[in-house]
Design a protein around this ligand. Structure first.
Ligand SMILES: [Zn+2]
Length: 444
């Protein structure tokens, strides 16, 4: 089955003015200006009113947090106070609420044009030991390409950490489950729809020992490593007190300073520390909305990229964003980075970081670009809403005018969104289920 996405209004690809041809899950041909496909086409999608880009890639999220958006008690706080308010709420997560909240986050991501998403789930209260299994089920049902990171916390308040006892697990339990879910779910092949990465939560919620052992396990199974690092100045102070060094030294000591690691936030480091991160080829998830809401700081995108780091964009958890709309996140990153980097930033950097940069950060060379041989992960936008009226450059308009919803979204050649609606999800039922789960969790 060959499909020609024909004559796009604009496309984020070179020599593809007349569109692209896909067969099954792959892009097989780019059609240059004035050209036609070289083989017989089974189906044509008229893209003359559509802006076509590679599907967006979000590299950091916490799906369960869709249940605690705009949570009253955590409003207007900075990271540590925000976390300590929410840990006790999240401790009551159940299998059902994780399933519903994960599906909800994935639905919102897909509708915005995101085709690959990495989730960082680190809350495993008693009764939710199989959280990763639940997320795999949800991801398969929704059809979004997923990197599910098996998070962990094992340093509670009594040992000098931030989280309460009720949300941490033992080192043995964590490592055994990490190995189990890699063996059970991780796909290493090209076009993988489900991958597992390992993700101890943050320096203030895990021990040094689990960071070290997780790195050994990841190396043994050739999977990626992920964690929150250098998010706030409070974290620097914590690391110096607890470990006698700054976060980047800590990362080095535990065997994580390499190109299989990607970091959420990565804001507070010196130039010398940034050079070390760049030399190691570490990836970074820039979460602009979250960093602004929690007053965390400003990610140095251009400097990070020049140092050699892989730069990507991400929505972060829905309790510190508080949406999961990846295209809106691109706009937020554009605005914040324009303010801090001036003319070095254009919509082109942002679109690249939101697609190819995300793929590179996640260690994927089969997605993130509209090129022959890549996966057919494609987002298409209609610029007919009022905010686009009068827009000249269609690709710039996506970011600057603020696209919120894709018209069509394809993952591995399968249409998941058509006419701005998810093709195989009962959204009214999902909304009701989400409301029920949220009430049960927060008690109001
Ligand atoms: Zn996060």
């Amino acid at each position: 089955m060959k499909t020609w996405i024909k004559n796009p209004k604009a496309i984020l690809a070179d020599n593809a003015e007349n569109g692209i041809v896909i067969e099954n899950d792959k892009i097989i041909e780019l059609i240059a200006k004035g050209q036609a496909p070289s083989s017989i086409i089974d189906k044509t999608i008229d893209a003359s009113e559509l802006v076509v880009i590679p599907g967006l890639v979000s590299t950091h999220h916490h799906y369960y947090q869709t249940l605690t958006r705009a949570y009253r008690d955590s409003l207007d706080k900075e990271l540590f106070a925000w976390l300590t308010t929410l840990y006790d709420v999240w401790a009551n997560l159940t299998a059902e609420s994780l399933y519903i909240s994960s599906k909800t986050a994935m639905a919102e991501l897909l509708l915005s044009g995101c085709t690959t998403s990495a989730d960082h789930h680190y809350v495993f209260p008693r009764g939710l030991e199989n959280a990763t299994d639940i997320q795999v089920i949800a991801a398969k049902e929704m059809g979004i390409r997923s990197i599910l990171t098996r998070g962990s916390m094992n340093l509670s308040k009594k040992d000098g950490g931030l989280p309460p006892d009720c949300v941490v697990q033992s080192e043995d339990d964590i490592l055994a489950d990490c190995e189990r879910v890699i063996n059970q779910y991780h796909e290493a092949h090209e076009g993988a729809m489900i991958q597992i990465a390992l993700a101890p939560c943050s320096p203030f919620s895990v021990t040094k020992s689990i960071m070290e052992k997780t790195a050994v396990l990841a190396k043994k199974h050739n999977v990626m490593l992920h964690t929150h690092l250098s998010e706030t100045e409070d974290e620097n102070t914590f690391c110096e007190k607890m470990f006698g060094c700054r976060p980047i030294d800590y990362l080095d000591q535990v065997g994580w300073l390499n190109n299989k690691t990607w970091l959420a936030h990565a804001i507070h480091y010196t130039n010398e520390e940034l050079a070390r991160l760049g030399k190691a080829g570490v990836g970074m998830s820039h979460c602009a909305s979250s960093n602004m809401i929690l007053s965390s700081g400003v990610f140095r995108s251009i400097a990070a990229e020049q140092a050699g780091c892989k730069v990507s964009l991400a929505v972060d958890g829905s309790a510190s964003n508080d949406h999961s709309n990846m295209m809106l996140e691109l706009r937020q990153a554009f605005l914040l980075q324009r303010l801090h980097n001036s003319s070095a930033i254009s919509h082109k950097n942002i679109l690249r970081w939101g697609t190819l940069g995300g793929a590179q950060t996640l260690g994927r060379n089969d997605i993130g670009e509209l090129k022959v041989g890549k996966q057919a992960d494609i987002a298409m936008y209609k610029l007919d809403e009022i905010q686009f009226w009068g827009a000249d450059d269609p690709l710039a308009a996506l970011v600057i005018c603020g696209a919120t919803r894709a018209d069509k979204v394809m993952v591995a050649g399968k249409m998941k969104v058509e006419g701005g609606i998810l093709v195989d999800v009962d959204m009214e039922q999902l909304r009701k289920d989400h409301r029920t789960a949220q009430r049960a969790l927060i008690g109001r």
